[in-house]
Design a binder for this molecule. Structure first.
Ligand code: NAD
Length: 487
């Protein structure tokens, strides 16, 4: 770990200027605030407003009041507002990247820049998307069409691992389909969201996009609220279940993007050497705090020993440190709750006497939440490191011999978010991919996303999808019109 090198401070952010709620077009303070920490230093970065119940109520009321006029605009008119928002975000891009690294930890020069640029690109592209009416039947005396109408007010709840991207992934499709929104970011990473909320107030009519920060209870107030028609939630499976239960009060529509324990399977004959950087990034990127990170890497027996040696040699060269340092490959763990979970998992790996060819020891004396890059060599299938979603820079490599068994093992999880299959014979790899229970399976590539590619989890990794036409449709009601042509 390299914690002593100078940091990139070329983009200054004034953390002393107060962060504000966005409610009905106004920027508001709250009576109470809470501390936001820099996970690389452990110091307080800024104070964020803890929205009161009355402020959350005002935000929902504002979104409700703004929604009919917003929905009456054409797709093109709403799209023009959203494209203008993309431009406004672009003008603040460098500030958002610095904010993201400072509150989330991810390296500024790589993942933070990618996240913010990708999110802005996403907003700009979604602004161009429409859901077209479909004619289902057209006979001489009868016509049936299906169209998609907005739901009303959407409550959006986001996690701390990709706060900018996952927030904007919800805003653009929600607004383009004619809904308004109240968003609540994670209490660990509220600053970027509050800031892009402020920027939004310069672009959108008042009440169209409202941001209320706070703890978990503000999220619950949204899920319980009778004037909210849908909850778009990204977070853990445990919280997703609470969101689902609470949303039943008025039969809210829900989209749940939840946890994962993604397997990757290397088939015999895979030319693995050129893949090592890709597999490393796919497992350890964002310090493993990624729902679709590779979390179990199944390597065929014929490759296993060589792969382990080469993978460990590659991983040992990577640095963990402050994300503002341009030489850092992986930043810290974002918050102490997650850091403590990892300490417990690392202790379990040790207590089980598992073979750990790289890393394995967390130095608890550091100021930041730094966890070393760790590889676990062929742990048993019932060990915690195989069963649980670690959400940290630790990966089990698992030796396999029997194809049917490795497919069963890959599927032996409550999760079903994503997976990848790697092999020289595309047909065989696709045959394996067909048997994997997951919302997305990549073959000989990984972590490709697209505006028009639906993304969502199977089993307890979620419900519904984001992105693509299907993702847009989830922000709408399906409405069928039937007309008799002649009376
Ligand atoms: P979390 O479930 O702890 O929190 C997510 C959000 O829910 C936060 O804003 C939190 O304040 C809020 N919340 C907590 N309790 C609530 C309640 N009772 N009612 C309403 N809202 C409540 O998740 P996290 O730790 O922030 O995020 C990490 C998890 O998110 C991981 O499991 C990861 O796999 C998952 N994730 C999934 C995806 C995906 O697309 N499938 C993407 C990113 C992260």
């Amino acid at each position: 770990m390299n914690l002593q090198t100078p940091i990139d401070d070329t983009v200054q952010v004034d953390f002393n200027s107060p962060y504000k709620l966005s409610v009905n077009g106004q920027l508001l303070d709250a009576e109470e605030t809470f501390d936001v920490f820099n996970p690389a230093t452990g110091s307080v970065v800024a104070k964020a407003p803890n929205a009161s119940r009355a402020q959350v109520e005002s935000a929902v009321a504002a979104a409700k009041a703004a929604q009919p006029a917003w929905a009456r605009l054409s797709w093109e008119e709403r799209g023009a507002f959203i494209a203008a928002y993309a431009d406004a975000l672009d003008a603040h891009k460098e500030e958002l990247i610095t904010l993201l690294t400072t509150e989330q930890g991810k390296p500024r020069h790589s993942m933070a820049t990618t996240e913010v640029e990708y999110a802005i690109f996403w907003v700009r592209e979604v602004a161009k998307r429409h859901l077209k009416d479909k004619v289902i039947e057209d006979t001489p005396d009868h016509i049936v069409t299906v169209s998609h109408t907005p739901l009303g007010v959407v409550g959006a709840i986001t996690p701390w691992n990709f706060p900018i991207l996952l927030g904007l992934w919800k805003i653009a499709p929600c607004l383009v389909t004619g809904n308004t929104m109240v968003m609540k970011p994670s209490p660990y990473t509220p600053l970027g969201t509050l800031r892009f909320g402020e920027i939004a107030q310069q672009v959108f009519p008042k009440g169209v996009l409202n941001i209320v920060s706070g703890g978990n209870e503000q999220g619950q107030w949204l899920t319980e609220h009778p004037d909210i028609s849908k909850i778009s939630f990204t977070g853990s499976t445990a919280t997703g279940k609470k969101v689902m239960a609470s949303s039943s009060s008025n039969l809210k529509r829900i989209t749940l993007e939840l946890g994962g324990n993604d397997p990757a399977i290397l088939l015999p004959g895979t030319d693995y050497k050129p893949l090592i950087p890709t597999l490393f990034d796919a497992a350890y990127g964002n310090s493993g705090q990624w729902c679709i990170a590779i979390k179990r890497l199944y390597v065929h027996d014929s490759l296993y020993d060589d792969f382990l040696r080469d993978f460990v040699a590659y991983a040992a060269e990577k640095t963990v440190g402050n994300g503002m340092d341009p030489s850092t490959d992986l930043g810290p763990i974002q918050n102490t709750m997650q850091y403590d979970k990892l300490k417990s998992l690392f202790a379990d790996v040790k207590a089980q006497g598992l073979s750990v060819p790289l890393g394995g020891e967390i130095d608890d004396g550091l100021a930041g939440n730094f966890v070393p890059i760790t590889v676990v060599d062929n742990p048993p299938k019932d060990s915690r490191i195989v069963r649980e979603e670690p959400f940290g820079p630790i990966l089990p490599l698992i030796r396999w011999t029997d194809l049917d068994q490795v497919i069963r093992d890959a599927n032996d999880t409550e999760f079903g978010l994503a997976a990848s299959v790697w092999g020289p014979d595309r047909g065989e790899a696709i045959e394996v991919a067909n048997q994997i229970e997951a919302g997305t399976v990549w073959v000989n590539e990984i972590h490709i996303h697209g505006i028009d590619i639906p993304f969502g989890g199977h089993k307890q990794s979620g419900m519904g999808v984001e992105n693509g036409t299907e993702g847009l449709q989830e922000f709408t009601n399906t409405k069928t019109y039937m007309f008799k042509k002649s009376s």
